[in-house]
Design a protein around this ligand. Structure first.
Ligand SMILES: *Cc1c(COP(=O)(O)O)cnc(C)c1O
Length: 385
């Protein structure tokens, strides 16, 4: 079955008794045992819960993995995955990393003796130089956020395999509709489902998908032991969002491409970072390994003094953190999402005070361009005074 059909049908055939087309929400935390030593498959909802199980099964299928695990947030999913490692283990991680993941590694995991090196995961020499005797895994974000750097997943995962490392991919920005890392050699996929999978800026959730029996049963133990699991109502809300994922991603990409092209021509803009644009260094790899582009891009203004008035004058576009929802949001990474990353690292990767990130929603592209146009013009007039 094509993914569009799989998505639209999530949870719609799980209750043959009533024929309910929407997945029932099972609020129960405890389940009767038919007999001593027997179980319906459900005992206690932290371990396994019926509504969450439908979401987990669907996610594993979409990502072409063997098991899915729904968590209370993307960070909870990453924490659960990091708990797979032990004191003394080392990870090689994408340089231009999500700020929260960097903070989790540097402030929390470091206290448990798990260390990380941040490198360009598209550069085999960089990764080889970072390799230590205790390196256990490679963690990749592609595209990265906010600079949209692309990693060749097939090449990176095959390098990791040859060094005996596990490959973990944060697939938040593309979703399984556009990119399936497990098919390209990854062992674990993680998501902040708060973003495109939920899609409406109204549910906080995380997902993990594992490949292979051993890894899947180990992850089930970690998921149950840590307990940062997704509740039944939020599992339902996430499935409701995922039904329209294909339609939304297509509109996000169309809008983002249209607006990226507009901004690239704008006199106040120095550059636009979006893999759909032919001048982007990751354009060809992205085209090969994914079936489309995300709805997020960043752009660098020529003058840092434009930032404040632009953020102040946008009306339809909200000045807010987060990404991946139907509503357009604009973020200032240097002071918001990436504030926890030390300035020298931020500058080295290019997250400076002239960079804005735009999560393009599904509004009409003409209205979004008009909003940008008036905000940029208002900024120009203010600076001329
Ligand atoms: C938002 C985000 C996270 C964290 O997810 P939450 O749902 O906010 O906890 C992790 N990785 C990426 C790439 C993200 O965008």
């Amino acid at each position: 079955m094509k993914m569009e059909s799989q998505l639209a049908q999530i949870g719609s055939q799980v209750d043959p008794e009533t024929g309910a087309v929407s997945c029932p929400v099972y609020q129960a935390t405890a389940f009767r045992h038919p007999k001593l030593g027997q179980s319906t498959g459900f005992d206690y909802s932290r371990t396994k819960s019926p509504t969450r199980a439908v979401l987990e099964e669907a996610t594993a299928q979409l990502e072409k993995g063997d098991a899915g695990f729904a968590c209370s947030s993307g960070m909870a999913a990453l924490q659960t995955v990091f708990a797979y490692f032990s004191q003394g283990d080392h990870l090689i991680v994408s340089l231009d990393l999500y700020g929260g993941t960097y903070r989790l590694l540097e402030r929390i995991m470091s206290r448990f003796g798990v260390s990380a090196s941040y490198v360009d995961t598209n550069d085999i020499d960089d990764m080889t130089a970072a390799l230590q005797v205790n390196t256990r895994a490679l963690l990749i974000e592609t595209p990265t956020n906010p600079l949209m750097m692309i990693t060749d997943l097939e090449r990176a995962c095959s390098w990791a395999k040859s060094k005996g490392l596990l490959s973990i991919v944060d697939n938040t920005l593309l979703t399984p509709y556009l990119q399936r890392p497990i098919e390209l050699g990854a062992d674990i996929v993680v998501h902040s489902a708060t973003k495109y999978l939920g899609g409406h800026n109204d549910v906080l959730a995380g997902l993990i998908v594992t490949k292979g029996e051993e890894l899947s049963s180990e992850m089930a133990i970690l998921h149950n032991s840590i307990g940062a699991v997704l509740g039944p109502q939020d599992s339902w809300l996430l499935m409701r969002g995922m039904k329209t994922l294909a339609l939304r991603m297509e509109r996000h990409e169309y809008n983002a491409t249209t607006i990226a092209e507009y901004l690239l021509e704008h006199p106040a803009v120095e550059d636009v970072y979006y893999p759909a644009l032919p001048h982007h260094p990751g354009h060809d790899i992205q085209k090969r390994q994914a079936s489309g582009n995300t709805g997020i891009f960043s752009f660098r203004l020529k003058d840092a003094r434009y930032v404040e008035p632009v953020l102040c004058h946008i009306r339809l576009i909200a000045f807010a953190e987060s990404l991946g929802g139907v509503e357009s949001l604009m973020t200032y990474p240097a002071v918001q999402t990436h504030a926890d990353i030390p300035e020298e690292i931020r500058r080295a990767v290019g997250v400076d005070d002239r960079l804005l990130r735009f999560s393009v929603g599904i509004e009409h592209a003409d209205d979004l361009i008009a909003d940008l146009e008036q905000a940029l013009e208002a900024a120009r007039l203010e600076l001329e005074q």
